[in-house]
Design a protein around this ligand. Structure first.
Ligand code: C5P
Length: 310
């Protein structure tokens, strides 16, 4: 997914967004993380990163307000590769954000993955993609998935990837409100849900009879979007909604997408963004326009093509 373009001085990488088509939380672990099962798709909404060799570190960003201090995942990724490979010198990095942060699209994680790939090229570190994906797992649970194919199953805390050799032709209308959701707080809110509290730690997953497993969607990827609807589960949605009690109905992205005619709607990751699946681009554009008129930001995307495996 993460192709580099090089000139004599620069390396450029486009970092795509992800969408969790489904997400089931299986259990809370002793280390505080949660074991998941999630089917994730990499989609055509991109940040762009441009890397230039330099004697000092510098990160600039335009397009979104992201903190540029040492906690920034791009800088963490850069320093991790730098130290692992014993590189001399540093880099200047320009980040052009189009993926809205804190919405569940994995933008920060994708930027970190792109940084590992871009600087690996720029500095001639010659690390394999597998090595870079393993390094990425130290930076965040969602980083390794960006080294995988367009569709994969995530397990563990999200860092274990099972590639899926599938394509799907749906168009996705992405829609997000003007606020993001802090992932750690969403998981903490999940633990406070009665259904989560009743589940003994270390025992099986949510066992509500009749509720689909995360992987049930895999049999529907080639079918009409509408038929995927019953399989679009995200266990974090109730927790995300609980974090904004009494939230203004004008910010209810699910309701807005459904009112506008979205038939197969789900939340991605820990929110705050939702997506609707459609079969045609025309349908997606109509839906996006209606959702934009209701005050949400939107993008129309497809799942990326290509079938490379990790
Ligand atoms: O791994 P990452 O830094 O992206 O996770 C952010 C936070 O989300 C973690 O500190 C943890 O609180 C929560 N999390 C979790 N279970 C996961 C992934 C994230 O509890 N599988």
């Amino acid at each position: 997914m993460l192709e580099t373009t090089s000139s004599s001085r620069n390396v450029t990488v486009d970092a795509p967004a992800k969408v969790n088509l489904t997400l089931r939380v299986l259990r809370r672990r002793d280390d505080g993380y949660h074991d998941l099962e999630s089917v994730v798709a990499i989609v055509g909404l991109f940040d762009r990163l441009i890397f230039e060799a330099a004697d000092d570190w510098h990160l600039s960003c335009r397009g979104a307000d992201v903190p540029l201090g040492d906690d920034n995942l791009v800088l963490k990724a850069a320093r991790l590769l730098h130290d692992t490979c014993g590189v001399r010198g540093a880099a200047h990095i320009r980040l052009e954000k189009r993926i809205p942060p804190g919405r569940g699209f994995g933008g920060g994680s994708s930027d970190a993955a792109a940084t590992l790939v871009g600087l690996n090229d720029l500095w001639g570190c010659r690390r394999s993609r597998e090595d870079l994906a393993a390094l990425g797992a130290h930076l965040g649970s969602d980083v390794p998935l960006f080294f995988g194919p367009p569709i994969s199953i995530l397990r563990g805390r999200g860092e274990r990837i099972e590639p899926v050799a599938a394509r799907c032709s749906w168009h996705l209308v992405l829609a997000w409100p003007d606020f993001g959701m802090p992932t750690a707080q969403v998981y903490a809110a999940y633990d406070r849900l009665p259904s989560a509290g009743n589940r003994p730690s270390g025992l099986g997953g949510p066992a509500e009879p009749g509720r689909p497993a995360a992987t049930d969607i895999l049999d529907r990827l080639a079918g009409p979007a509408q038929e995927a609807r019953p399989f679009l589960v995200n266990d974090l949605e109730a927790a995300t909604r609980n974090l904004r009690p009494g939230a203004d109905a004008s910010k209810d992205v699910r309701a807005i997408l459904e009112r506008a005619g979205g038939a197969a709607v789900a939340m991605t990751g820990s929110g705050s963004a939702y997506f609707a699946l459609t079969d045609t681009e025309a349908e997606a554009r109509r839906l996006a326009e209606a959702v934009r008129r209701a005050g949400m930001e939107t993008a129309v995307v497809k799942v990326l093509g290509g079938a490379q495996l990790v």
